[in-house]
Design a protein around this ligand. Structure first.
Ligand SMILES: Cc1ncc(C[n+]2csc(CCOP(=O)(O)OP(=O)(O)O)c2C)c(N)n1
Ligand SMILES: [Mg+2]
Length: 692
């Protein structure tokens, strides 16, 4: 595209008040002064981390955000100071954030790459290239589901245009006609990688055609041109006509980040772009067209500088965060109560395992399968709360790969039981974006194995948003996924990956073993204000148990003693609970009384119940299906030996886990790869005889 100098802009005569035109200049000065100050502070050793300056790109942020209403949303990038300022974030709080202060916009927890202010619709800068794109889709979906007429403006770079998120997000926004404006700031480089080397086509905006949306390129050094183009796209989105892709051609004058020696470009190239600096050109234009006098322009620039100087003083005087608050706000602690207060687990739950005599259902209950219990939890939550909705592959008429959501689409319709394209990362990210903006999504990942394709949005976005944003946001969402082997689905459909998520601050991890718990824990997870990884087991879907009709919550973080015993404690979760129960029965026939603990939640982990049991028995066996190395058993074992239970141990703590092997296809090999009842019996028998 030939980039012309700022031209007579026809919209001027149309509808734009002169004050606003002058404000554009002020905001651009403010952004530049902020980033220049940020650089000085960095060289003075006052900024702890790296930062990405947007000097040269101010016109994109200012022109685009001016086209929004105050209640519209933006998602931003690692180079996001300009976006935040244009959206109205408090300059003092932004500067304090750069210096890591408690008064910072994210209380010093986020820094340059995570500035966010939900009250302003500023859904956060993002340290992950393209990371904001699925979140923008989610915010757009949330707007749609809530019947609002807001719009999301999604900033991203030319580098981000080559990520899977770009493809998934544009596609998803397009098929659902979401009110999202995708704005690519093509500043010619992704770190050192020139856009010409990274793309086989001249114009990023041409990619819009692949998603059936309009694509437009605009001179990103011209604030008025950006405003006009974005305004048109915003209006289109607000009218319900769907997303647009805009490519703003711009340039960053500084290096990528602080360590950039800029060997990939020449000084001449930089200088040629500096001739087109968006600030002086626009300033001259305003003066020439009588909107501003030279003295007024100088005063305006000085005012911007004074605001920044004052912000620096504020930031420097602000207190550091208190180290004793380090762990604050990793989790939101007040669950919303959707259902009855906790119902204490009645004793009859034990009858779901191995008891020979059939018993009649306790009052108010009936027999349901684990899958039916999950479905009932979702149905009841959706009936009670319009914010709850489902998303996932084939969850509509197909009911998901295991039929768990079967029939829900008939009751709640395709908007709330939303079939998605095969775009795992954006499914999770859209859920997080929706959660961030007022919804409570339940997302189904068809097989737990496929969460690997969504690790970025799960681990780097959903889990961390709350903390990165200084505790000022919450992400109430559930990601359901069937794990485990036993169905002959082989290595890529049989994983037990739960321990990965336990290692991620900000996530909770739940793994029910019974229909009763499946319902109660899922209702608890839906009511929780944090992202919850909800691990179901394929082999448990058809198991049956008595489940109360009314909604109830089984609180997260509380294990259940499934069977009392004095000789050995068996700690299990998910499919290993029924196996441990059966093993315990056989052991009892041999005279070994095993106490079986069902963890139910891995995070929070109910160490207390385990420790109390081991103090009684003096022996602990931990059983799980996931491979031994790095498995959750190590966590349980370490917790036991570091606790007061250590003094009561009569034998080493044992772990019985899956073999360190991809799950094989062959039936016999598959069975041999994970603990079976007889393995648990053998291990517990051995443990009962061991001595320290
Ligand atoms: C997923 C991911 N990959 C790599 C990086 C490291 N990185 C940070 S910024 C960047 C370049 C991004 O280029 P672009 O999207 O054009 O944005 P720009 O820096 O030019 O504003 C890279 C590679 C990252 N943060 N996230
Ligand atoms: Mg770039």
């Amino acid at each position: 595209m030939a980039i012309d100098p700022i031209s007579e802009s026809p919209f001027m005569e149309r509808d734009f008040p002169p004050d606003a035109l002058v404000d554009f200049l002020y905001t651009m000065h403010l952004i530049r002064a902020f980033d220049e100050a940020a650089e000085r502070l960095y060289f003075a050793g006052k900024v702890h981390g790296t930062m990405h300056l947007c000097i040269g790109q101010e016109a994109v942020a200012v022109g685009a955000i001016a086209a929004l209403r105050p209640d519209d949303y933006i998602t931003s990038t690692h180079r996001g100071h300009g976006h935040a300022i244009a959206k109205g974030q408090d300059i003092n709080a932004m500067m304090a954030e750069l210096l890591g202060k408690e008064t910072g916009v994210c209380r010093g927890r986020g820094g340059s790459m995570h500035m966010a202010d939900l009250n302003l619709g500023s859904l956060g800068a993002n340290g992950i290239v393209s990371g904001g794109m699925p979140l923008a889709v989610g915010a757009g979906l949330s707007i749609r589901l809530q019947g609002q007429d807001k719009v999301v403006l999604c900033f991203f770079g030319d580098g981000a245009a080559n990520t899977g998120n770009f493809h998934e997000s544009l596609n998803m926004a397009a098929i659902w006609g979401l009110p999202v404006v995708f704005l690519c700031e093509n500043n010619q480089y992704a770190m050192s990688m020139s856009v010409h080397k990274a793309l086989p086509i001249e114009r990023i905006a041409d990619r819009a055609a692949a998603y059936g949306m309009p694509g437009q390129t605009v001179d990103g050094m011209d604030v008025l041109a950006v405003y006009e183009v974005v305004k048109e796209a915003v209006e289109r989105a607000r009218r319900g006509e769907g997303p647009t892709l805009i490519e703003a051609i711009t340039y960053r004058y500084k290096g990528h980040s602080k360590s950039d020696k800029q060997v990939y470009r020449t000084k001449e190239e930089v200088q040629s772009w500096m001739k087109r600096d968006p600030i002086p050109r626009y300033r001259t234009w305003l003066i020439e067209h009588g909107y501003l006098k030279e003295e007024e322009a100088q005063a305006l620039e000085a005012r911007a500088q004074a605001t920044i100087d004052q912000a620096i003083a504020y930031a420097e005087e602000s207190p550091e965060p208190d180290v004793s608050h380090l762990l604050q706000d990793v989790y939101a602690d007040e669950p919303e109560v959707l259902a009855q207060p906790e119902r204490v687990l009645p004793a009859w739950v034990r009858t779901t395992f191995g008891e020979r005599t059939p018993i009649s259902p306790p009052e108010g209950t009936r027999e349901l399968s684990y899958a039916e219990a999950l479905r009932e939890a979702m149905r009841q939550a959706m009936q009670r709360d319009a914010r709850v909705f489902l998303m996932g592959e084939d969850i509509g008429v197909y009911g998901g790969a295991f039929g768990v959501t079967l029939g829900l689409i008939d009751e709640f319709g395709p908007d709330r039981v939303r079939d998605t394209p095969i775009s795992e990362n954006t499914i999770v990210g859209a859920s997080a974006g929706a959660a961030l903006t007022g919804m409570r999504p339940i997302t189904e990942i068809q097989f737990m194995d496929f969460i690997t394709l969504a690790m970025e949005q799960t681990v780097l976005q959903a889990a961390k948003i709350r903390y990165m944003f200084g505790g000022k946001a919450s992400v109430p969402m559930v990601i359901r996924m069937p794990g485990g082997s036993g169905t002959g689905a082989a290595a890529q459909h049989s994983e037990s990956l739960e321990a990965w998520f336990v290692n991620v601050p900000g996530l909770k991890v739940v793994a029910p073993a019974t229909p009763y718990d499946a319902k109660g824990l899922l209702l608890a997870a839906i009511a929780d204000n944090n992202p919850v990884i909800f691990v179901e087991h394929k082999l448990l879907y058809r198991t049956k148990g008595f489940v109360p009709e009314e909604p109830y919550i089984v609180p997260l973080g509380r294990a259940a003693v499934r069977r009392p015993g004095k000789d050995v404690t068996i700690v299990a979760y998910s499919i290993m609970v029924p196996r441990a129960m059966e093993a315990a029965q056989r052991l009892a026939e041999e005279g070994v009384e095993a106490e079986v603990i069902d963890l139910r939640t891995l995070k929070p982990f109910d160490a207390e119940t385990v420790i109390a049991s081991v103090k009684r028995t003096g022996r602990a066996l931990i059983v799980h299906e996931a491979p031994l190395p790095g498995g959750f058993g190590g966590e349980v074992a370490a917790t036991i030996v570091q606790s007061e239970a250590f003094a009561y141990l009569e034998a080493p703590v044992l772990r019985l886990a899956g073999a360190d092997v991809p799950i094989p296809y062959n039936r016999t090999l598959e069975r041999a790869a994970v603990p079976q009842v007889e393995d648990i019996v053998d291990a517990a028998r051995k443990l009962a005889r061991l001595e320290v």
